[in-house]
Design a protein around this ligand. Structure first.
Ligand code: DAT
Ligand code: MG
Length: 140
């Protein structure tokens, strides 16, 4: 299979606890290469656009509040089967259900403050990368 790219966020609960390096190490250990990375602080409106797919869900406001509460680190990860591999390394959305050794099992605080985001499909990966990065910032 050809190299694939996926979009990742190290969320506010993790940047606040200085876990950027530990989480990035998990990606690299899994064979994913960081081809773009930057630390940013979203406005609530920007977080709302990013998570628009969830706007009818009861947790949407809380989610946007949380995602704009502290800086985040946005990254593009590249590797064989990168989308699925990243989801595997992340673990289940709810840390109580996440497998041993996954990022969410080790670091997440709750289902809401769950340390990482990862794209769920090729189309969303493409859209999410384009929301945060220009082509010139992707260095494979
Ligand atoms: P994932 O981040 O695993 O792709 P998702 O796309 O279903 O999960 O939800 C996006 C984020 O919304 C998730 O990482 C945390 C938050 N969230 C999801 N379900 C929630 C719930 N039941 N209560 C609070 N926050 C929730
Ligand atoms: Mg999702």
């Amino acid at each position: 299979m050809a190299l694939e790219r996926t979009f990742s966020i190290i969320k506010p609960d993790a940047t606040k606890r200085n876990l950027t390096g530990a989480i990035t190490a998990k990606f690299e250990e899994a064979g994913l290469r960081v081809v773009a990375s930057k630390r940013i602080h979203l406005t609530k409106a920007q977080a709302g656009v990013f998570y628009a797919v969830h706007k009818e869900r009861p947790f949407y406001d809380e989610l946007c509040e949380f995602m704009s509460s502290e800086p985040i680190v946005v990254q593009v990860l590249e590797g064989e089967n990168a989308i699925a591999k990243n989801r595997e390394v992340m673990g289940a959305t709810n840390p109580a259900e996440a497998a041993d050794g996954t990022i969410r099992k080790e670091f997440a605080l709750s289902i809401g403050e769950n340390s990482v985001h990862g794209s769920d499909a090729p189309e969303t990966a493409k859209e999410e990368i384009a929301y945060f990065f220009s082509g010139l910032e992707l260095v494979g």
